[in-house]
Design a protein around this ligand. Structure first.
Ligand code: 13P
Length: 251
């Protein structure tokens, strides 16, 4: 996928079926001519319904919040990539910090999930980001570089070119504390430089890198205006159609 502006809403474990449909309808209605791509990541139970709502809108795409690393089998309670494909999913969020923390997902496991998603022709939205402790220790750039190295740098250039990256500092997620536009830009720039070193300039300049962590209408414009920030992965503010609409309009 070539670099583009993206506003992605990660609904996390929020919205029941009817709330999700209503939210998707409002966002789709709002997104008739957005400057960037809009991606919605509802809970699994709403994927099919949300797909029905958005499928005729070319500007709005469907994402899953996770998938299992295995293709099928005796994994009670899990969701496979083929199940997601069957309900219209095109993007899969991989490596969200909440899954890294609560489900102990390692860089090694995430590398396998990225491979699976790409092998099925879907696009991973790969999340990276450091804790407050790491930020305060000043090792955040190296920490994020290592996440990318261990989960992504085995990929060929042609596979890497399909990915979307989301930088989400853990200390800014759901806390109301946003990374400053400069902090976001610094990290995004260093990620892009890393991609240029590991791959080449075309890959570095062609990859969409989203910022996530307390993005809201009041700060989206300034964050999105930074040279290496290509949009946002939005949690809380994506649950209100008005707020997410304003964020979409911030490009
Ligand atoms: P908030 O926007 O609620 O901080 O969540 C960010 C996030 O985790 C998106 O994936």
């Amino acid at each position: 996928m070539s670099r583009q502006l993206i506003a992605a809403g990660n609904w996390k474990m929020n919205t029941n079926y009817s709330e999700g449909i209503a939210l998707a309808e409002q966002i789709s209605k709002h997104s008739t001519d957005p400057k960037g791509l809009v991606i919605l990541a509802p809970p699994f139970t709403s994927l099919q319904g949300v797909n029905e709502v958005i499928k005729d809108n070319n500007h709005v795409k469907l994402a899953a919040q996770n998938c299992h690393v295995k293709e099928k089998g005796a994994y009670t309670g899990e969701i496979s990539i083929d199940m997601l494909i069957a309900v219209g999913v095109e993007y899969v969020i991989i490596g969200h910090s909440e899954r890294r923390e609560h489900n102990k997902e390692s860089n090694e496991l995430l590398a396998k999930k990225v491979d699976l998603v790409l092998s099925k022709g879907l696009i991973p939205i790969f999340c990276c980001g450091e804790s407050l402790e790491i930020r305060e220790a000043g090792t955040h750039i190296d920490f994020v570089a290592n996440q990318l190295k261990e989960s992504l740098f085995h990929l060929s250039s042609s596979d890497f070119a399909k990915l979307v990256i989301a930088y989400e500092p853990i200390w800014a997620i759901g806390t109301g504390v946003t990374a400053s536009p400069e902090q976001a830009q610094d990290m995004h720039q260093s990620i892009r430089k890393l991609l240029a070193d590991q791959y080449d300039e075309a890959i570095a300049n062609g990859t969409s890198i989203l910022y996530g962590g307390s993005v809201k209408p009041a700060n989206a414009k300034e964050i999105f205006s930074k040279a290496d920030v290509d949009g946002g992965l939005v949690g809380g503010a994506s649950l209100k159609a008005g707020d997410f609409g304003d964020i979409i309009d911030s490009f």
